[in-house]
Design a binder for this molecule. Sequence first.
Ligand SMILES: Nc1ncnc2c1ncn2[C@@H]1O[C@H](COP(=O)(O)OP(=O)(O)O)[C@@H](O)[C@H]1O
Ligand SMILES: [Mg+2]
Length: 367
Amino acid sequence: MGEFLKVIGLMSGTSLDGVDAALLDTDGEDNVCPGPSLTVLYDVATRDQLRSALETALGMEKGADVPPSILEAERVLTKVHAGAVKALLEKTGLTAGDIDLIGFHGQTILHRPQQGWTLQIGDGALLARLTGIDVVNDFRSADVAAGGQGAPLMPLYHIALARQSAQASPLVLTNIGGVAQVTYMDGDTVIAFDTGPGNAPIDDWMQRHTGKPVDIDGAFARSGTVHEAVLARMLDNPFFARVPPKSLDRMDFGMEAVEGLAAADGVATLAAFTAASIAKARDHFPRVAAGWIVTGGGRHNAFLMEQLKARVGAPVLKTEDVAWDGDAMEAEGFAYLAARSRNGLPLSLPTTTGVKTPMTGGQFWKA
Ligand SMILES: Nc1ncnc2c1ncn2[C@@H]1O[C@H](COP(=O)(O)OP(=O)(O)O)[C@@H](O)[C@H]1O
Ligand SMILES: [Mg+2]
């Protein structure tokens, strides 16, 4: 058994909504004990700065220097993460000396595994200095350099959680963040991949048409109509038939297909597309799942959840139904992977990222 560590995990997902921070006690193996968590939302200026870093990154060539505007975004981002650590310590009554390690995912601003290239910003040395706690970051590069997709990275944590629960097999855990993923678990079999868009196109559409970043509870989508012919065209995309492993950049699926629809119809159709493309993941599962559990911010979108339930053909639960924390799960997962990194354990498998052999990773920064 590996050493038991008290770890803070930090995640800023592709939705660009904020930083999730969570405490986890773990040996990096079967023992996982999630603790308190919180989210620090980005202010509008930071969110815009990150969004423009993503846009700048679209024009980057592999091997080129990172532009100064992106380095500036990295400094800002790292400081927000240090603030999230401080807030979590205050919330839990712990001090930096009580924490063994931080797992710092950072912000993915570019993900091109087919070019052997993925880029997360987040300054590990600076975070270690600001918090006084050892840091592990850069979880994806080693996997991508070894020919893997570098994503999804949550499956090993999903397996650890599932081992502690009494859910029937096969079990599917789907995370609806900016992009959506599935982890299919059945005994020793695990299959994981990105399924398509998650909330990102919904959020982008909302921002453009209503000036608000989120369709709260899916209320605006509910006032619109799903355009079935448009949806069918969107689903007619070779990505969905591609055999996993496979992963996506946030920008791979946009809003183009619904351009011209009324605002509410557009968001309804985008939400239906997210749900339908998650349901299509079933084409790649060896057996019919006994149940699905939904994690990530998309589970708060009631319209999206209804669309998913209608298309999946198996019971669909939310994380809260099984006493898991769907807002903190990815942060917990990066705490778990940081502990695995310190204990020399793999972060990814051939059936999760397509890497040839189970792969270690992460970069260590001493406080
Ligand atoms: N009450 C809500 N109603 C609808 N959508 C929500 C709600 N709360 C969160 N979301 C969606 O979830 C997203 C955040 O999800 P999250 O799991 O943090 O994704 P990521 O990992 O990409 O950051 C928001 O951008 C929004 O689209
Ligand atoms: Mg988020």
